[in-house]
Design a protein. Sequence first.
Length: 372
Amino acid sequence: MSNQIQYDRNEPYNHLPLLPPPDDKIVTIEILQAVNKANRALAELKGLAKRLPNQSMLVNTISLREAKASTEIENIFTTDDELYRALSGNDSGLKGNAKEVLRYRQALWKGFNDITEKGIFNIELMVKIYQEIKEIHDGIRPAQSETTIKKRGRGTLGGTVVYTPPRGEKVIQEKLDNLIDYLNNDIKFSYDPLIKLAVSHYQFEAIHPFRDGNGRSGRILSILLMIQKKLLDVPILYLSAFIIENKDDYYALLNNVTTLRKWEDWIIYMLKAVEETSIYTLNKINEIDNLFQKTNQFINLKLPHIRKETIEKIFEQPYISPKKLIGQGIKSINTAKKYLGQMEKLGIMVPKKVGKETIYLNIDLFNLLSET
C-alpha cells in the first residue's frame, strides 16, 4: 500500500498537519543515533567558543559567511571582496546582492538580541526578521496573495508549480500558533532540541507565511532555536553552506515530508548538517584563532605600541576603515591611519581605494574566510 497522502501541489495545503508528527516517525533508533553525534559536535563547539577571549571577533566573521551562503541558496550571489568592502564603512548606499547579504546579517542580529532578551518565539519576532531581510513593512501574507512555489529554470519544467502553501488568514494563524507553541513549550513537546530544529524548519517552510524571504527567515529561526535552547551562547553555527552543497537533497527531502510524510530521512539530513557544520566551524575557529595569535605576537614584537584591542578589531572582518579603529585605544583618525600604515609595511594589511577613502584588508584573514 502506497504512503502517498492526499495532496495536490496546485491547491493550498490547508490540511498541513499540526505539530508534533507521530512519535514513531521522528523518534527512531537511526534518528537518536544521529542526534547523539550532532549534540556531541555542537557541545564541543560551544565549549571552544567559551574559551575564546573575544567571541565577537569570530561571531562577526562567521556570521557574515552564513549571510552570504544563505542568500546563495536563493540564487543571490555576491563576491567576498564586494561584501567585505561594503562592511568596511557606511553601507547605506549599497545596492544589489551585497545589500541583500548585509540585510540578512542584520536580521540575524535583531533576532539574536530579541531571543536573548525575551527567550521566546512569537509572530512578532518572525515578522521582524522577514521585514529586515526584505527591507519591507509587509507582514503575514493576506488571503488574496496567491503564493505558489515554482520550479526554477528555463527548461520544459521551469515555472511549474511544485508546492502551494496554506492560504487564508485563520489557517495561517492556526499553523503559526501551533509552530510557536511547539518551539517554546518543552514540557508539552518534550523532544530533543535538534529534533525540534529539523521538524520546525520543515513546518515553517511548509506554512510559508510571507510573500518572499521564507527560506532565509527559516534558516535564521533555526539558528535562534539553538540559542534559545542553550545549545550555543552566540550564533556561530550556520547550516547554509551544508545546504548549498546538498541542495538537491534539501528540496527533495522537504518534498518527501509533504507528499509521503517521510520524516526520518529529513531529520537525519538536518542532524548531519548540524554535526558536519559544527566540525567545520570548530576547524575554522581554530584556524582564525591560530592566525590571530601569530599576528598578535608578530605585532607585539615589531609594533609594541599597538594594543591587543586594535589587533582584535582587524580580525572582526577582513576590511576595515581607519575610522572603525577609533575607540580601540586610538583617539584620532590620524593615529588610526598611522597604525594601519605601519601594519601595511609589515605585510599584514593591504590598502584598497574605495571612492575617496582608503580602506585596509587583512589579507590572511580574507584568504582564510574565502576558503570553502
